[in-house]
Design a protein around this ligand. Sequence first.
Ligand code: FES
Ligand code: FES
Length: 399
Amino acid sequence: MSAIAVELNGRKVQREVPARMHLGDFVREEGRLTGTHLGCEHGVCGACTVLVDDQPVRSCIAFAAACDGRRVTTVEGYDADPVMTLLRPAFSRHHALQCGFCTPGMLATARDIVLRFPAADEAKIRLELSGNLCRCTGYMGIVAAIRDVLAQCGADAHPEIAALRRALHVEGGVAAAPMRRVPFAIFEAVDTGTAAAPIERRDGAPAQKESAGANGTRIQGHFSVPFPAAEVWRFMADLPAVAACLPGAELTEHAGDRVKGRVAIKFGPMSASFNGAARLERDEASRSAVLKGAGQDTLSQSRANGDVAYKLAELSPSSTRVDVDLLYSLQGPLAQFSRSGLVKDFVGRLIQEFGKNVALRMDPSRSPDAPLPAARLNAFSLGWSVLWSRIRRLFGAGD
Ligand code: FES
Ligand code: FES
């Protein structure tokens, strides 16, 4: 993790971020600025373009950690910008957007063209725009809007824009210094909140987790149950009983420490049913275990690999804390969901639901035949509750 401080649309934001988090995820997940769109996530489509120190940058291939001390401006922060003040109505006049997915990136690039190439003709505009793809093929309107703004800015008609051009050393219709280096803005960071639901870190992860840490997304959580550790440890060895506590999970085969089954997930636009197999490795001495599994969603052909490690800690003779450490990776079309804060919230909530079901299932006063809430709780309702709590957090209400 790296501690960074970024000036995001004039707001000072300080976070601890994974070294590999890209700027697009940072502004969306940590800054809660979802106007920055992620398309290809490998630098091709330009949808994610934002301004870093006033220069267009593809946020999907810029590390957030590399933006420490920088000024980042996203589409939500363009209100006072003199070029954007002209570009917005021009885009509207010339019907320069249809679905709007490419628009935040198009605006950032259009601003750059207006500032750096005051004499750009249509061919030049198209050349400069070639790094931004519009899936609705709205290029004619976009090019027309940029030409319109260039025409409005002729002969220093807008002093603020002329000043911006001078700062870029634009001479004779082109920028003499194409990439202006802006010194880092030093400021005192004040916003130290966290975006995702806080999941408490656990002590003492099993040793095998350390070596696998670089290969996926890790989510940690815990739950407590009002039973002695020895009883909880016995219960957790019963794989069919444990699977029954996990919303969306279903066992199809079970032999000793090996299981086959499926896990169904419906979460916003993502719907998947992973069929796979898993093996449980238990360490009696430390009361820790790891369930290693892999599966495939037949519809999207996405593949998932994951280890669910857990370790029991005796809180008192009659209560136990279970620390859960999930490390997973997704390959295929669903991979884009694997890092989102929503997924982290979802898994955090899943751990809590699992803990409640374990407590219910172990309750000696409960009839063994009584259905668990897990049987009725579908993953969609869990997903919706996560979305709802995010919306409530966004508007300042508690969970
Ligand atoms: S999402 Fe960044 S370039 Fe496509
Ligand atoms: S307006 Fe739809 S992608 Fe450009």
